[in-house]
Design a protein. Sequence first.
Length: 160
Amino acid sequence: MIQVLFVCLGNICRSPLAQGIFENMIKEKGWEDKFHVDSAGTSAWHEGEPPHSGSRHIAKKNNFSIDNQKSRPVHAKDKDIFDYIIAMDSNNAHTLTEEFYVPKEKVYKMREFDSKNKGSDVMDPFGFGGDAFDEVYEVLRRSMTGFIDFLEKKHPNLLK
């Protein structure tokens, strides 16, 4: 089983949406039993809270739900559990490697897999309007397609 963790700052906007998009995409491929997927924040500011209403709205608009998710902080044990830890931006990638001591080979920025603006940050839509969540969804969806292509190449025997 492949273990994937999506990480942003508070775990209420970007990473829960990324988790939901990824889960929806692997479900479409019939791969649900091949993955364990979660999301977390590098801060505990929103621990136990549901995803931001903007993220929940954009998920529903795209025919999936993230309503059952609850924010949680990154835990020290995550570096041992997860094979791929996908940070939404440079600051979170840095925090993962420097404060949580996640091996650099496990940490990827989400937009490393984007076909546009490769390697840049996924903007934080917190405090912006609905258009910001639409934009984040488009970036995550496009990046997730690249991430899935990457995983298919890395795990050809498992992902058929």
